[in-house]
Design a protein around this ligand. Sequence first.
Ligand SMILES: Nc1ncnc2c1ncn2[C@@H]1O[C@H](COP(=O)(O)OP(=O)(O)O)[C@@H](O)[C@H]1O
Ligand SMILES: [Mg+2]
Length: 316
Amino acid sequence: MIAHSSHPIIEFRRLHRYFGLTQAVHDVSFTVGRGQVFGYIGPNGAGKTTSMRILATLDLPTWGDAFVDGFSCINDPDRVRRRLGFMPDYFGTYSDVNCYEYLDFFARSYGLVGRERHRALKHTMSFTRLDELAEKPIRGLSKGMKQRLCLGRAMIHDPSVLILDEPANGLDPRARIELREMIRQLAADGKTVLVSSHILTELAEMCDVVGIIERGQLLAVGSVAEIQKQQTPHREVKVRVIGSARSLAEWLGARADVSNVKLEGEFCRFTHEGERESEAALLRELVLANFAISEFGSHSQSLEDVFMAVTRGVVQ
Ligand SMILES: Nc1ncnc2c1ncn2[C@@H]1O[C@H](COP(=O)(O)OP(=O)(O)O)[C@@H](O)[C@H]1O
Ligand SMILES: [Mg+2]
């Protein structure tokens, strides 16, 4: 038996999936490290579901491959399946089944027996907080409860990788927060999570790394801060000055690292190229030039702006 711990836990290697002329996934490569939460972000039709389904061994690539713990989704689907749990973006209807029976069915399908099955059910129901709903028929569940049940089904066999396709879709704010907590807990328990969304801000705070995909192609991979930095090497600055706002605007306008200077009463707004360090240096220069600065604030572009800048917002 080969030791597989040296492999990345998830790897997409030059993955392609075409449907006729539609390039649903085109040459996507990236890896996810053990215990990471990877946010897979892209507008509708970007290719998220298609690539996740291939990783979950539910579809085959046109070209390239995907790997879980070093095992190929094409050549070793059984080993891959044992290591991962997939939560699809839809939930079938099972009218007369209750939550316990539903999870028990999947526990049995994964070959869990006796005490092991009992333990798996107990852990899963308590983790997804479905204990009190055990006897409740699925048809009576809210969207949030169904999502938890779906997550329970994906984790019943204690996989090391969880693939969650748009789990926050359609959830109310409270259910979203609960979902986020559960994903954090999964990561704290050492699981690797690949989670998709078409809304960057929805995932930003819980992901270690995000990958932005559009029209089948991966446009950027990195931590949210890294991507933000790549896309926005400039910051928006707002300064309040006592007295001479106009001369401040002129002074700023003469600088190469400043653009879009706007006067708004006592305030002067402008775009500054550079890092926070050079911004601090600019403030020092302003003070040394005898401008009476009473406020100095800045921010980089919002995550939504970054997302819009990376993707062109085109849906296939
Ligand atoms: N079974 C299929 N047959 C034909 N086209 C498909 C099929 N599945 C997905 N597509 C197309 O592939 C593209 C990517 O879809 P999908 O992976 O579902 O995107 P996402 O999950 O990011 O919204 C879309 O253009 C979609 O219409
Ligand atoms: Mg999808």
